[in-house]
Write a protein of this length. Structure first.
Length: 176
């Protein structure tokens, strides 16, 4: 049997009504071993930080992009919000009353839900996570989420490289 109204998931928080929702929790994400496989000199702590930064970046971009997706599929006036203890539910507001949904409304919902799930899967894919880690140089000891900055004299600097240079110059104790 095809997709039906019974397949639509719902979420509501305390004192809020249930609304159509998509579970956006990430259940499969690359591991410390995956990071260390590409950067063998990377220690466990640095690899964990790199993965956390990559996850935070993926979440930030996802929530920025989801607004366009909901508008493209449902039109103006429909909004999304993040709910749940860990923000693992994408709740949609501004849709017609569920009881009045017809086949077109249900098809739009399914298209939206599939698009969201594909986006999460894509952002969690090993090669995409490793690419984010590499491009931001989060595999380096001392890396920070926003690892690059503009130098006064022009060009860019990398915080992780600056910290490494400070340690080599004997100023590592000042970094703590």
């Amino acid at each position: 049997m095809g997709y039906t109204k019974d397949d639509v998931e719902w979420h509501g928080e305390y004192m809020r009504p249930n609304r159509p929702a998509v579970n956006v929790k990430v259940y499969k994400f690359p591991s410390v071993e995956d990071v260390k496989g590409l950067w063998p000199d990377c220690d466990d702590n640095t690899a964990e930080n790199a993965l956390q930064f990559a996850l935070e970046q993926a979440q930030q971009i996802f929530w920025e992009d989801v607004t366009d997706c909901v508008e493209d599929i449902f039109g103006k006036g429909v909004t999304v919000r993040q709910e749940g203890r860990s923000g693992g539910w994408l709740v949609v507001e501004g849709l017609p009353r569920f009881e009045k949904w017809n086949a077109v409304d249900l098809a739009k919902w399914r298209k939206f839900e599939n698009s969201i799930k594909r986006e999460i899967e894509d952002r969690s894919r090993l090669e995409n996570v490793l690419e984010a880690i590499e491009s931001n140089e989060w595999y380096k000891a001392g890396a920070e989420r926003y690892n690059f900055y503009d130098k006064k004299e022009g060009g860019h600097g990398c915080i992780a490289d600056d910290k490494e240079a400070a340690v080599k110059a004997g100023f590592g104790h000042l970094l703590k």
